[in-house]
Design a protein around this ligand. Structure first.
Ligand code: ADP
Length: 651
């Protein structure tokens, strides 16, 4: 960065002197000098070169003195700063110049070392000034952008909310429709709130959120606001206390901003406090100030995170296994709002024991005759905490639909998915990865649909656990994720996920993809079954299945042992008989006993074709009695072994 300096002095000799003294800096490009010998000439120069940083102004000049020129500068070059150059002892003029906005002054004869320091200091100031202006301009641009964009969001959201309200008012809605409509309404409101919070933050940054004071009593205001959270607290089995000084009359305060701050603190307290905990809100009135605290007995915040929790988008737990949903906006907004109101917001916390936020805000005494404001309207519905709709239990059809496990920590989405897929699957549900893994191991579903971000065990970990266990590696896994980045997609697919859908997903697409997976599984089953038909040559498997190949090798090794049964096969595969049965049924449509028998008979057809007599073949493939062999053979191939041999000879 170079510094552009305009020297305005009628003493021409000064130009040469400057060029000599600052030769090095001019050579390196740090200083760029231009010169004017009169006030008039300086005005012309500034017209064509408005990017001057520092002006060195002689006070005494013939046509226009430095003081007069100084008066033009704020309009002409508002972000440049002037250093006055004055005759030694001319303090009256220097005082006048400083009062008219000069940044500093130096005396003649010039001490060049001092001048250099003064130029540096002035240039630094100009740099900071311009940076601040630039930052403010960017903030304003951002706020304007947010204004526009939120409007674009609000219109469609209103068009979601309003018709939903109308539909909800219709009589005789069935429970499922009512529940779905409530979900739409609540989530549209959530989105609206998030957008409004983002907009507030952007406006605060651009200094564009005015303080609007109303008249009212703080104690009743806090009481009314806390009352809005009673349902949410009850639902989470939390006690909610208010401790307040006796009402001390009306004051002037910005109820809207106070409401937003308190709402965020209360929502967090409810969110981060497990059932059985306590939340206490205290109000202490002092002259001209109010202290509010919101304390909880919740999970607390580690010391290392405390300094950051008021940062925008900061969340203590940003892992894929985090237990709490959120955006990290609430506290940043609460903090900025308190600052805007001339107050402070601080926090103290003991991990495992609880957290207390302390809000100190100034209030104005209410004199004059402003009518008191009914404050209930100030805290609109949209600020109410998140109460998910009650999930509907999906009746499980008794038919042999494929078995699907949905793993999702958002109770509402879980219920929605379960309901929506119930016509096509028998649906099992689990609220997080760990529960999902347990259910998958126990029930061995055909397909698992799982969220990625979940507490305890995330979707990737669940996929990995399922795909690395021989008992469950055949289960198809579809991941649903909010992270559309290809890297995440690859991670999931790498771990063996069979498919991947980004949120928000299209329900029809999900259904189609699941149907494709199930159809593929069925096609494979048909293929494996066909392998046991003697007439069809064994087609290469579309997906050579290592697990089945290993089983066949094992059966082969024990082919002539009639007591090699399902249990023995499970033992050699190191699986429980139940797991092996479920897995083989999913893969081939046959249980292990039937698989062993089919395999034996399939090998029998090869031996018979090779000319072995029936009775010998029966023993070789593990049948103790040729009669049993003949019956089993006929069952599978609709002909006796003898008929089979005859038929072969005809070809
Ligand atoms: P969000 O709740 O959307 O994640 P916030 O800005 O409201 O965002 O909070 C930021 C983080 O501060 C939260 O993610 C949480 O980790 C922590 N936090 C806030 N309030 C509490 C509380 N009462 N108890 C424990 N942790 C809290």
């Amino acid at each position: 960065m170079n510094t552009k300096i305009l020297v305005v002095d009628d003493e021409v000799g000064l130009q040469l002197l400057m060029q000599q003294r600052f030769r090095r800096k001019i050579q390196t490009g740090e200083y760029v000098f231009c010169f004017a010998t009169s006030g008039q000439e300086a005005l012309t120069a500034l017209g064509s070169e408005p990017d001057v940083d520092v002006l060195l102004l002689d006070i005494n000049m013939p046509d226009m003195d430095g003081l007069t020129l100084l008066g033009y500068l704020p309009d002409l070059v508002p972000t440049s700063r002037a250093v006055m150059v004055s005759a030694y002892g001319d303090l009256t003029n220097v005082r006048t110049a400083m009062n008219r906005g000069a940044f500093d002054f130096v005396m003649k004869p010039i001490n060049f070392q001092d001048l250099e320091l003064t130029i540096e200091k002035t240039a630094r100031h100009v740099g900071q000034l311009r940076e601040a202006i630039r930052t403010k301009a960017v903030a304003e641009l951002k706020a304007r952008f947010f204004d526009n964009i939120t409007h674009e969001f609000r219109t469609p959201l209103s068009l979601i909310i309003a018709p939903t309200e109308t539909l909800l008012q219709q009589p005789q809605l069935d429970a499922l429709t009512h529940n779905n409509l409530t979900t739409i309404r609540r989530n549209a409101h959530n989105l609206l709130q998030l957008i409004n919070q983002l907009l507030d933050l952007a406006r605060l940054e651009a200094d564009g959120l005015p303080v609007v004071e109303v008249r009212g009593d703080i104690v009743s205001f806090v009481n009314e606001l806390v009352a809005l959270f009673r349902d949410a607290a009850r639902q989470k089995e939390l006690s909610l206390h208010v401790v307040a000084d006796p009402p001390a009359g009306d004051v002037l305060f910005d109820a809207d901003k106070w409401g937003k701050i308190l709402t965020n603190l209360l929502s967090n307290a409810i969110k981060f406090t497990p059932a059985g905990g306590h939340i206490t809100v205290t109000t202490t009135l002092n002259t001209g100030r109010v202290r509010l605290t919101v304390g909880d007995t919740g999970i607390g915040i580690d010391a290392e995170h405390l300094p950051h929790i008021f940062d925008r988008f900061y969340q203590v737990d940003s892992s894929l296994t985090r237990a709490y949903e959120g955006s990290g906006i609430g506290l940043a907004l609460a903090y900025e709002l308190s600052k805007r109101l001339g107050g402070t917001l601080t926090v103290s916390s003991l991990p495992g024991h609880g957290t207390t936020f302390t809000l100190d805000l100034p209030v104005q005494a209410a004199h004059g005759h402003e009518p008191p404001v009914n404050m209930a309207w100030q805290v609109s519905q949209r600020l109410l905490p998140d109460l998910p709709a009650k999930p509907i239990l999906v009746p499980t059809p008794a038919t042999e639909l494929p078995l699907l496990l949905v793993v999702e920590d958002n109770a509402e989405l879980l219920a929605f998915l379960a309901e929506s897929l119930a016509g096509f699957f028998r649906v099992l549900t689990a609220a997080d990865g760990e529960e999902g893994l347990a259910v998958a191991r126990r029930e061995l579903p055909d397909v698992v649909v799982s969220d990625v971000m979940m507490p305890r065990l995330n979707g990737y970990q669940l996929t990995h656990a399922l795909k690395t266990d021989p008992a469950t590696d055949h289960i198809a896994v579809v991941l649903l994720t909010a992270q559309a980045a290809p890297a995440h997609r690859h991670e999931g697919l790498n771990l063996g996920a069979d498919d991947y859908l980004d949120k928000p997903f299209d329900l029809d697409e999900l259904r189609l993809r699941l149907r494709n997976i199930v159809t593929r599984q069925q096609a494979l089953r048909d293929h494996f079954q066909r392998q046991f038909q003697p007439a069809t040559p064994v087609a290469p498997s579309p997906q050579p299945n290592a697990f089945l190949t290993k089983l066949y090798t094992t059966i082969d090794a024990h082919l002539d042992e009639s007591d090699f049964r399902a249990e023995s096969l499970a033992e050699t595969a190191a699986m429980s008989l139940r797991s092996l049965t479920r897995k083989l049924t999913t893969l081939t449509g046959m249980g292990p006993a039937r698989l062993i028998r089919s395999y034996r008979l399939r090998r029998a057809t090869e031996l018979l074709r090779a000319g072995r007599p029936v009775s010998e073949t029966a023993y070789l493939v593990g049948f103790e009695h040729p009669a049993n062999f003949a019956t089993a053979f006929k069952d599978l191939y609709q002909q006796t072994p003898t008929e089979f041999i005859t038929a072969q000879q005809l070809y």
